[in-house]
Design a protein around this ligand. Sequence first.
Ligand code: FAD
Length: 301
Amino acid sequence: TTATLYRSPRPDPCVSFELYPPRTPKGEQTLTRTVGALAEIQPDYFSVTYGASGSTRNTSRDLIGRILSGTPVTPLAHLTCVGASEEDLSEYVSSLLEAGVRDFLALRGDPPAGQPDWRPHPDGLTRASQLVHLLRRLATEHLGSDGADVSISVATYPGGSYDESGRPVVCPNDVSALLEKQAAGADFAITQLFYDARHYAELVQAARAAGVHIPIVPGLIPLTDPNRLRRMVELTGVAVPPVLLEHLDEAADKEEAYRRGLAASVRLVREVLETGAPGIHFYTFNSSRAVLDLLHASGLR
Ligand code: FAD
């Protein structure tokens, strides 16, 4: 396989889905159904999240193997710098390259639970840009041709805050980190979730002004479950607009909230595509219903 994700412009937006390795037998069953249902619409790739500990790392590799052998969909492997030496990380990446993986998302990773600040492994990497360099070097060693057969994506952050005049605020640190990751050889960026298309538009504008030319793909979650949105604030630190939560909370029941959330999601999808987004990456939470309804309702598939 040759990595072509976001390499050349296409008339239709790319569509991709994030999956995580299941943690329970029930989660395993749900995932099997979800992968089957999502593979049917022929997404551009399935991305597979990565946990730092050895066991979650193996379950990531298992899921990637299942995608490779059981579906026609390209797997994209997340990687972080957490809890591993450079040598250890290189071995893991080499095993993925040997298995046929050609697409990666290079991340720094978050500190382990209970540890407030980021501390690198004594023999490890400290920033995603270093992981991009490492991936390009390993790809060249394993595959030749300057590692060009491998696509490397990176994370970027639209944030969720506004200034006094109500204008979305972009963090200059995040734009300079993105520029550094592009200089290291990143091919495209995927955003953290956000709820207002203007945050995405502002980030793209600020990144372009700073010299970022790689595609910036919006990462979206279906807005169909207000309790999940509340949990996501804790996980990502991105604030949910209070009007959106009120609108969902005022629904008569769960199904009504679902319909309201779906309509809000369709609007968000349309708005980011109108601002020129080259595709959409959906955070699925290993569930297919909401993303499939959303794709259908927004005319994407
Ligand atoms: P970096 O780009 O390395 O940036 C880290 C910090 O350093 C930022 O604050 C940045 O501003 C700063 N920085 C970078 N370069 C410089 C510089 N030159 N000077 C000063 N400051 C700098 N986590 C997981 O553990 N597993 C996953 O599977 C996972 N998947 C993700 C998928 C997506 C699409 C996203 C958006 C995030 C994901 N994360 C995942 C979370 C991610 O690991 C964290 O957000 C992490 O805290 C930052 O990672 P990064 O790659 O953006 O870091």
